[in-house]
Design a protein around this ligand. Structure first.
Ligand SMILES: Cc1ncc(COP(=O)(O)O)c(C=O)c1O
Length: 439
C-alpha cells in the first residue's frame, strides 16, 4: 500500500490490509468487513471510525465485568508501576491472594492452584496432572468439545474445523456429546442423561485399557454452541469415571465465575465436585490468566520440574484480584441469574416469532440461538446465522457464532450489564431478526 492509498482509505480498511499482510491468515476476524476496535468501556466498544457497538460477546466471555472496569484499570496501573514481573522463581503476594480467593469459591476441597497464561495451558496442566496422579494416560473427552490450540488441546477438541492436521496424540477417546437437541436419543426421553452417560462407560469398555486417567468435559460446551447437558448427567459421569479409577476434570473456561447464574461455577448446578477444575477467560476481565485448581494430594503428584515464566505474572494477578473482588462485591452469580432470565425471556419471544430459530438454550448470561432451515428437519442453517451476525452488526450489536456447523448465535455480555442494556440488545437483535426474515 502506498501513502496515497493509505490516505484515502478508512482507518479500519487500512488496519484490515495491514492485518492480512503481517498476521497469519488463520487469525481470522469475524464479519465480511471486520471491525477494528479502538477503545471500549463497560458494554460499549468503539471502532476506529468512532462507531459505537453494544458488546454482547465480551471478547469471547472474557471481559466478565465490562471493558476497562475502573477498579481493574486502577489496580493494574498501580501494579505495573511497582512490580511488573518476577517469574515463579520468587514468591509474590498477589499470586497467593488470587489462589486463596479461588480456593474460597471453588467447590468442596479444591484448593491448590497452578497459574498459566491461557485456557489451553490450564487444560494441558489438568490433563498432565491427571496422568501423573493416576499413572495412566487415556482420556475420555466429549464430541463437540473445544479445548484450545496446542497439540494436546487440538487433539482433545472434537470439533473438526478447529483440529489442524498435526500429529495425533494416542489415548484420547471421544464419547457422545450430551447435546439433547441433536442426539441419537429421543429428546423427551426421561432417561436421556443416563443414556448419554452410558456412552462414557461404553467408550471406556470398548476403546481403552479399562484404566482411564480422566473424563474431561466443559460444563457447558461453549464453542460447540452452548450445549447444556441434561440434569443428572454429570452426577452419573463422575460416578462412572470414579468407578474406573479415573479423575473428573471440569473445564469452566467459559462457564465459570457466575456466568451460568446463581453459582460460581457451572458444575455446581449438577452438585458434583470435580477432581480438577480449569479456568481462564473471565477470571481477570480480559488479562491472560489460566488457572488449574485441584485438591492438594492431586497437585502433589507433579514431581518433575515445571515452570510457566509468565504464569502468575504480577500485573495479571492484580487484574485477577481486582476482578474477583468486584465479582464478589457485585455478586455476579446473582446478577447473571437475574439478567439471564430477562435475556432468556426476550430470546424465547424471538423463538415464537421466527421459525428458523430451532432452539434457545443456555444458562444465566450464556445464551444461544441454534438456527435451522426448518424446525422439523433441524437442518443446520449457517447461512441464517451469518445473516443474523451481519444484521446484528448493522444494528451495532456484537454477538458471537459457534456450533459445529457455524449455525449457533452465542451471547455472553458483561455480568454487570444493566436491565436497560439487556432490553436495548434485545430490541437490536429483534430488528436484526426481522432483517433476516426479509433477506
Ligand atoms: C472451554 C474452553 N476451554 C479452553 C479454551 C482455550 O482457551 P484459550 O483460548 O485461552 O487458550 C477455550 C477457548 O475458547 C474454551 O472455550
Amino acid at each position: 500500500m502506498n501513502e496515497t492509498d493509505a490516505a484515502t482509505m478508512t482507518r479500519s480498511a487500512a488496519l484490515k490490509e495491514a492485518h492480512e499482510e503481517f498476521l497469519f491468515p488463520c487469525v481470522k476476524p469475524l464479519y465480511r468487513e471486520p471491525i477494528a476496535i479502538a477503545e471500549a468501556s463497560g458494554v460499549t466498544v468503539i471502532d476506529a471510525e468512532g462507531n459505537e457497538y453494544l458488546d454482547f460477546f465480551s471478547g469471547i466471555l472474557s471481559t466478565s465485568i465490562g471493558h476497562c472496569h475502573p477498579e481493574v484499570v486502577a489496580r493494574v496501573t498501580e501494579q505495573v508501576g511497582r512490580l511488573g514481573h518476577t517469574s515463579t522463581l520468587y514468591i509474590t503476594e498477589n499470586q497467593i491472594t488470587v489462589a486463596r480467593r479461588l480456593a474460597e469459591i471453588a467447590p468442596g476441597s479444591l484448593k491448590t492452584c497452578y497459574f498459566t497464561n491461557s485456557g489451553t495451558e490450564a487444560v494441558e496442566t489438568a490433563i498432565m496432572l491427571a496422568q501423573l496422579f493416576t499413572g495412566r494416560h487415556e482420556i475420555i473427552a466429549l464430541r463437540y468439545g473445544y479445548s484450545g490450540r496446542s497439540a494436546l488441546a487440538t487433539n482433545l477438541t472434537a470439533h473438526a474445523p478447529w483440529r489442524p492436521v498435526t500429529s495425533a496424540i494416542p489415548g484420547i477417546k471421544h464419547a457422545i456429546s450430551p447435546y439433547t437437541y441433536r442426539s441419537p436419543f429421543n429428546p423427551s426421553d426421561e432417561d436421556i442423561a443416563e443414556k448419554f452417560a452410558q456412552d462414557i462407560e461404553e467408550v471406556i469398555r470398548t476403546t481403552t485399557s479399562g484404566k482411564p486417567a480422566a473424563f474431561f468435559a466443559e460444563t457447558i460446551q461453549g464453542v460447540g454452541g452452548y450445549i447444556v447437558p441434561p440434569p443428572g448427567y454429570f452426577q452419573r459421569t463422575a460416578e462412572i469415571i470414579h468407578g474406573y479409577g479415573g479423575l473428573f476434570i471440569c473445564d469452566e473456561v467459559q462457564a465459570g465465575f457466575g456466568r451460568t447464574g446463581d453459582k460460581w461455577f457451572g458444575i455446581e448446578h449438577w452438585d458434583v465436585e470435580p477432581d480438577i477444575m480449569v479456568m481462564a477467560k473471565g477470571i481477570a476481565n480480559g488479562f491472560p490468566v489460566g488457572a488449574t485448581v485441584t485438591r492438594p494430594e492431586i497437585a502433589a503428584a507433579w514431581k518433575a520440574k515445571t515452570i510457566s515464566t509468565f504464569g502468575g505474572n504480577s500485573v495479571c494477578m492484580a487484574a485477577a484480584e481486582a476482578t474477583l473482588d468486584v465479582m464478589k462485591r457485585e455478586d455476579t452469580p446473582a446478577r447473571s441469574a437475574e439478567r439471564g432470565h430477562q435475556l432468556r425471556a426476550g430470546l424465547d419471544t424471538l423463538f415464537d416469532q421466527h421459525e428458523w430459530i430451532g432452539e434457545v438454550r443456555g444458562m444465566g448470561l450464556m445464551q444461544a440461538l441454534e438456527l435451522v432451515e426448518d424446525r422439523n428437519t433441524k437442518t443446520p442453517s449457517p447461512a441464517k446465522a451469518s445473516a443474523l451476525l451481519e444484521a446484528a452488526k448493522e444494528e451495532k450489536l456484537l454477538v458471537g457464532i459457534g456450533g459445529l456447523y457455524g449455525n449457533v448465535i452465542r451471547m455472553g455480555p458483561s455480568m454487570l450489564i444493566t436491565g436497560a442494556e439487556v432490553d436495548e440488545a434485545l430490541a437490536r437483535l429483534g430488528r436484526a431478526c426481522e432483517k433476516v426474515d426479509r433477506s
